[in-house]
Design a protein around this ligand. Structure first.
Ligand code: ACO
Ligand code: LMR
Length: 264
């Protein structure tokens, strides 16, 4: 029979060998002709399947809502300082992206992991939060620097409203809301943040769409796909901040001495 030389790379998401590139088997012409959007392309390249419209719309809303949050947050600040140091677009972008992590924008996967585990084990919000406290772990998806119980994050409200209208079930989101109710009873800054909202709602999307097996959901959560949404979204804003600084011809940034506590 035929002997096939062993390959060094295996790839399953796209193919550029034919007349036109295919994403998860779907040719580019059909993506364009069917009027697919970025949510559909993410579905094909990340999840290797076409998801229903309400899912792709949800993904697109996440991308739009997380695209930027002003110049003062960690990512934008790094990008602005880097652009002002005369660096190029890619350097300015990655400098901002590198701040995305457990405290800033990169708590989505852990929020999904912890909310799923607590819900599936039937823990009450009280048991879950107090258990985390005993372990010395901050609840991912809870807490914000400027948002408060009496000044909620509009982005969270928008995501919840969309999901309540379009998702077949929002059980994980409702659980996250119950957790928030408990954490808010402890301190006013412990709101459900945008990472927690996306993490819990994506669990509902995965479980409720009927498009994923239990094993596939576990794999998505274990690998950690969801921070990718914030990384992708915030790249839009960080690129914008780079152009803004260049357009404004901003000089090298130097932090003022007065704003540093020099001490021994
Ligand atoms: N779980 C439990 N307790 C918390 C949490 C939390 N998630 N967040 C804050 N607290 C409590 C702690 O008791 C803390 O006291 P400590 O410093 O003695 O531990 C107290 O609130 C005050 O916390 P601060 O450190 O002042 O809160 P800060 O405003 O600096 O932190 C932050 C904000 C980083 C978002 C924090 O709430 C946190 O770590 N949350 C979890 C990670 C997360 O979800 N990050 C995503 C934020 S949204 C985004 O970036 C797009
Ligand atoms: C963001 O989206 O960057 C914010 O939620 C973080 C912040 O501190 O405003």
């Amino acid at each position: 029979g035929k002997v096939r030389a062993p390959t060094h790379i295996i790839s399953t998401i796209s193919d550029d060998r034919g007349e036109e590139p295919c994403y998860a088997g779907v040719p580019m012409s059909s993506i364009v002709e069917q009027g697919f959007g970025v949510g559909d392309v993410i579905s094909l390249l990340w999840f290797k399947r076409s998801l229903p419209r309400y899912c792709t719309q949800f993904i697109e809303i996440c991308i739009m809502l997380c695209a930027d949050h002003g110049p003062c947050v960690s990512g934008a600040h790094n990008t602005i300082v880097t652009a002002r140091a005369g660096k190029d677009l890619v350097s300015s972008l990655v400098s901002g992206l590198l701040t995305i992590g457990p405290r800033f924008g990169g708590a989505i996967d852990d929020a999904a992991r912890y909310f799923k585990d607590a819900y599936d084990r039937g823990l009450s919000p009280y048991e879950f939060v107090e258990d985390m406290k005993k372990k010395g772990i901050r609840v991912p998806g809870i807490g914000h620097r400027i948002k408060r119980g009496d000044n909620r994050d509009k982005r969270v409200e928008l995501l919840q409203k969309f999901a309540r209208t379009h998702f077949p079930s929002v059980k994980y989101m409702e659980y996250a809301v119950q957790v928030e109710t408990y954490t808010l009873s402890k301190a006013n800054n412990l709101v459900l943040n945008v990472d927690g909202a996306i993490g819990s709602l994506f669990l509902d999307l995965l479980a409720g769409s009927g498009m994923f097996t239990k094993q596939e959901i576990d794999e998505i959560i274990e690998i950690g796909y969801l921070n990718g949404l914030f990384v992708l979204a915030r790249s839009i804003g960080l690129i914008g901040h780079t152009f803004d600084q260049k357009r404004l011809k901003q000089p090298l940034y130097r932090h003022p001495w007065e704003d540093v506590l020099y001490t021994k």
